[in-house]
Design a protein around this ligand. Structure first.
Ligand SMILES: N[C@@H](CCC(=O)N[C@@H](CS)C(=O)NCC(=O)O)C(=O)O
Length: 220
């Protein structure tokens, strides 16, 4: 059995970071294939051309699972995380408690389908520090919701991560942690502590090194 995770430019690909963290948390060995984002026509080979070689959906991340001579392709960040949780129960990628698991799934789905203004105004620039732009009212409301959601979970579980130990909910929010760090979004101490623990994860350091290399190579 072998895993290959196809991701986008690490400086920018917030969706790719999520399953990268989940896969890293399983402890399973895997290979990472990086596709350069934002290569558009008239380039002879575009980002889209390259992604279509891996998935008909035309988006990264994509997980390829080679098992017994067959290759299973899984695409979309949350579907990949769910698949990893099923395949690696020992990694406890979801909380054990059914109520906590339902909350973790709700928060993960809320992130997956929401916060459009935060994503638009505070684009992920993983290894950079940038000035905070003037925030629209909707962006401010979404930031307040993120801080409230994280604070509620941290107060309830009193753990290092949203549901005590590291779960898919933390993977789903890690790109937002990165955005808050990049743009210096003001946060209360409880959230600051959470952000520091996410930023200090070994897998985040691996991702950061990749993003720094992309910047140095002039491709991000
Ligand atoms: N809902 C998808 C979103 C994936 C997505 O939008 N990925 C972007 C990169 S972060 C992409 O592949 N863009 C294709 C392109 O730039 O051509 C997921 O959760 O995986």
């Amino acid at each position: 059995m072998a895993y290959t995770l196809v991701v986008g430019t690490r400086q920018w690909s917030s969706w790719s970071l999520r399953p990268f963290l989940a896969l890293s948390a399983t402890g399973a060995p895997f290979q990472t294939v990086v596709i350069r984002l934002r290569v558009r026509p008239p380039a002879p080979v575009t980002t889209r051309d390259l992604i279509l070689q891996h998935s008909p959906a035309g988006k990264v991340p994509v997980l390829k699972i080679e098992d017994g001579g067959k290759t299973q392709t899984v695409w979309d960040s949350l579907a990949i995380c769910e698949t990893l949780a099923e395949r690696h129960p020992g990694a406890k990628l979801w909380p054990d408690d059914a109520n906590a698991r339902a909350r973790a799934r709700s928060l993960s789905s809320e992130m997956h389908s929401g916060f459009p203004d935060v994503r638009d105004q505070l684009g992920m620039e993983f290894a950079s520090t940038l000035p905070l732009p003037e925030l629209r009212e909707d962006t401010q409301k979404q930031i307040a919701r993120l801080i409230a959601a994280w604070s509620d979970a941290l107060e309830e579980t009193k753990g290092d991560f949203l549901f005590g130990h590291f779960t898919i909910a933390d993977c789903m929010f890690a790109p937002v942690v990165s955005r808050f760090e990049t743009y210096g979004v003001p946060v209360p101490p409880l959230v600051r502590g959470y952000m520091d623990r996410v930023l200090a994860l070994p897998a985040m350091a691996v991702w950061r090194k990749g993003a720094q290399e992309e910047i140095a190579a002039g491709i991000a």
